[in-house]
Design a protein around this ligand. Sequence first.
Ligand code: X5A
Ligand code: ZN
Length: 629
Amino acid sequence: MASGTALIYDDEMTSYKLLWDNPECDIEVPERLLSSYEQLKRYHLLERCVHVPVREGTEEEIMLVHSSEYLEVVKSTQTMNEEELRRVSGNYDAVYFHPNTYRCAKLAVGATLQLVDSVMSGKVCNGMALVRPPGHHSQRTAANGFCVFNNVAIAAQYAKRRYGLQRILIVDWDVHHGQGIQYVFEEDPSVLYYSWHRYERQQFWPLLRESDYDAVGQGKGKGFNLNVPWNKVGMGNSDYLAAFFHVLLPVAFEFVPELILVSSGYDSGIGDPEGQMNATPECFAHLTHFLMQLANGRLCAVLEGGYHLKSLSESVCMTVKTLLRDPLPQISGEMAPCLSAVESIQNVRAAHKPYWKCLMYEVPPVKTAAAIVSKADAHLLPISVQVEMEMNAQELKTLVSALDAELVKEERALLSLQNVVAILDKILKKKVCNGIAESSLASVSTTFALKHCFDFGLQRVLCIVVGDVDLELDLDDGKILLMNICQKQQTEKTNSKYHISLNWREDAERNNFFCAVLGFILPVAYSYQPDLMIIVIGPNRSLGINGISLLTCLLQGLAESRILVVIQDTEIKLVQSVAKTLSGVPAPDFGAYAPASQENVLEIKRLRNQLQQEWKMLRCSVRDWIFGS
Ligand code: X5A
Ligand code: ZN
C-alpha cells in the first residue's frame, strides 16, 4: 500500500486580489495561502511531504463541469481593465475578478488533478492542495462565492473518467454550503456529497432552500446528497464530531468509497468571521483521521474557504500532520453536542432513513409481540415485548370475510380472532418474529389462523395443541402437522403421519417433559421442517408452565423462530413465562429435572416405533435405522 503525503502549492496562486472596495469579498486574500504555507514550514511539516508541481487544468478538464460559454467568459477577464472586471464580477454573487484570476483558477484545477493523480497512481497515499480561487460554490455557467472553477467537482468527474471509479465521497467541511457541488452530482449515485453549513433557517448566505437537510438528491441520486444545516452559530468540536459519528461516518462506511475528496474549508473553524463557529484546529485532525479509515486511506484535501489567517493556518497544519500519520492531538471542550446540532442531526438521519441501512435499523427490531385480553397486565411482560392495541373492527371484518364469510356473522367468534389475527399478521409480514395471542375461543381462532397462513402462501405449519382444543382440520395434504398433547388415551383415534396424539401427564412439581420434547417432538418437527409453528394452549392441559416454556424455547430453532402461541384462558403467569422465552430474556428456568414416569416412557417408545418410518429423525438405534427404512 502507498505511503506518503503530497503537498501541492504554487505561489503563483497568490497573484490575484480584490482591486476595489467590496466588503463582502475583502476577506479572500492572497495571505490565506502564504500564511498556511509558512505555518507548514514552521512546524517542519512541509519537509515531510512529497512535493508535486502544479499544472494548468486543460479546457477539456474544466468542461467536465463547466460550459464552454462560461469558460470563454472567464478567459476573457484576463485582458480586462478594472471597470470591465467590476462589470463581469457584478454578474455573479460574491465574486471578484482580477486579470490573473483565470490563470490561477486553471492552476487551482490543475493542482487538484495533480493531487488526484498522485494518490490514484499510488505515488502517495494522501495529500493536500493549497489553492486559490476556491471552487465549491461555482456552477456550470456561473462563478459564485469567490469560486471560479469547481476544483473538487472537476476532480471527481476526472477520477471517474480516468480511473473508472464507481464511488467517490466528497466531504465538504467548509462552513458554507457547496451548492455548486450539490448541483453537479444531485442525480449521480456514484458521487456521495456531504456538507455541513451555517444555515440559520435559510438566513445565511447563500440563502438557499436546497441547502436544508431534506435535499437528499434526485432521481438515481436519491440518498447521495447529505446536508447538515447548522441553525445556530457557535457549533464546536463536539457538534462536528457528533455529525461525523451519527451522519457522515455510518453512511460513508456503508457507501464504501474508493476515493475521498475533501472540500477543505476552514471557515468552519474558531475565529473565522464568516462562520462564527467554535471548532478548534485539533478538531480538523480528528475529522481527517476518521476519513483516513475509508477508501484505503486515499484522501485528497483541497482548500476552499478559511478567512481567519491564524485559525486557518493552524487547521491546515493539523490536517497535514494527521495525513502524515502523527499521533492525534487531544480534543478540547466538553464532549456534548448542543440541542440545535442534535436537532439537525436527527433531521438528516430521518430524511435519509429510506436510503441507508445504517439509519434504517437504528432501533433493534421488535422480536416478540403480544395481544392480551387484560391490557392492564401489559406492564407484567418483558419491556422488549411489543403489546398490541385493539385491532380495528372494520379491518378485522374485511380480513375475515375474505377467507370465511360465515364467521363474520358470529360476534363471539369474531372477537376471539382479534388478537390472533393481529399477531399472526405481524409474524407473516415479518414485522415481528414471534408472538402471543390470548383468544377466548382457541379452536375457532386457530382454525382461522391456519387458513390465513395458507392463503398467505405458507407450505407447512406445525401446530401443537396442549389441552382440550378441538380443531376441525383436513390433515391429509401435509400442509399441517397436528400434534395433540393430552391427558388420556384417545382410543378411537390412531396416529397418522400428520396427526399425532401424545398422551402425557406431567409431574406437578418438576419438569419431566425433557424426554418428550427431545425424544419425540423435536425429531418429528425437524423432520417436518415447518415454516411456521403455532402452539395452542387450551383448558385441562397436562403440561405445566415449565413444560410449555421448554417446548417454545427448543422449537425456536425451526421456521426461523416464527412461533405463534395462542392461549385460551387468561393466565398471566403463563403469558409472562412464554413472553420471556419468546423474547429471549436470558436463562429461562425450566424447573428441576425429573425423569419421566414409566407410563410416559412407554408412550414415547410407542410413538417412536409407530412413526419413525415417516419421521426419520426419530431414529436413535441401529435397529431403528435398518428396519425403519
Ligand atoms: C469559498 C467560500 C464564501 C463566500 C461568502 C460570500 N466562499 N458571502 O468560503
Ligand atoms: Zn466557505
